[in-house]
Design a binder for this molecule. Structure first.
Ligand code: FE2
Length: 268
């Protein structure tokens, strides 16, 4: 049993959706900031607002020297100057901030998103007894046909929730518990502000103030559509496994589970 400070509102589903944010008066700062091609799969780019030590890079805090957990992010001066409103929104929660960045996601299919399902490693190096790290996703573009796919069990579509991502959608997710990825069928990139927050009284107060709910109705899909997506994902898994074997790499972890892509390559 891990012994972290967690917020009870996440107990049941692992996610909450807050009041939508009205950003109609806000400048589109996400178009001005600087993105880095980091571990790019071609589908995603990131623009850091807060990084491990304030540099314009997006690596996990645990990969730095000295390594640290996903807390006490340091603001990246250049992007902070270009995106004051996004920084203000991230800070509004009042909770400790770790990684804070904008993601740019190119359009994809449901099957590709299922293939991209992954869990984050937010709490690596996080000392027990302290606040569990969760992540906020503030949708910046209006993507009413796109969804955040969440699954309690990666291989069980019955555990899936599809949170619609209209403009101003704000969700906070225990991404180390839930498998997640975004299905974005649009014809333009989707932009989203992702912030790592430490669970504690500040975040609790913020979620309450924003009328957080721990359940939303999924965007409807037919069983056939879901099955077709599963087939696409399985085909991609098989191809990846074969490619790894061809390179002489073991495609499985010690426990027999198939290795998935690096978290950030498939980030939601
Ligand atoms: Fe993620």
């Amino acid at each position: 049993m891990s012994d972290y400070i967690k917020l009870p509102i996440f107990d049941k589903t692992g996610y909450v959706v807050l009041d939508s944010y009205d950003q109609s008066q806000d400048p589109q700062e996400w178009l001005d900031i600087e993105y880095v091609d980091w571990k790019s799969s071609g589908d995603t780019r990131f623009a850091p607002l807060a990084s491990a030590y304030g540099d314009l890079e997006c690596d996990g805090f645990w990969n730095h020297d000295p390594a640290k957990t996903d807390k006490d992010g340091m603001w990246v001066p250049k992007n902070v100057e270009l995106a004051p409103k996004l920084v203000e929104r991230a800070k509004e929660a009042g909770a400790n901030i770790g990684r804070c960045r904008v993601i740019e996601l190119q359009p994809n299919t449901y099957g590709e998103a299922i293939y991209n399902l992954h869990r984050d490693d937010n709490n690596r190096l996080n000392p027990e007894g302290t606040g569990w790290i969760v992540r906020a996703f503030f949708n910046l573009t209006d993507d009413p046909d796109s969804v955040m796919i969440l699954r309690e069990d990666k291989d069980d579509p019955a555990t899936e929730t599809r949170v619609p991502l209209g403009v101003g959608t704000q969700a906070v997710i225990d991404t180390q518990r839930l498998w997640h990825a975004v299905w974005h069928p649009g014809d333009k990139p989707r932009y989203c502000l992702i912030t790592s927050y430490t669970s504690g009284p500040e975040l609790d107060e913020y979620l309450t103030a924003k009328n957080a709910v721990d359940f939303v109705e999924s965007m409807p899909m037919t069983d056939e559509e879901i099955a077709a997506g599963e087939a696409v994902a399985q085909g991609k898994r098989d191809a990846r496994e074969a490619a790894l074997r061809a390179r002489g790499e073991d495609p499985r972890f010690g426990d027999g589970s198939l290795k998935v892509m690096e978290e950030e390559m498939s980030e939601a």
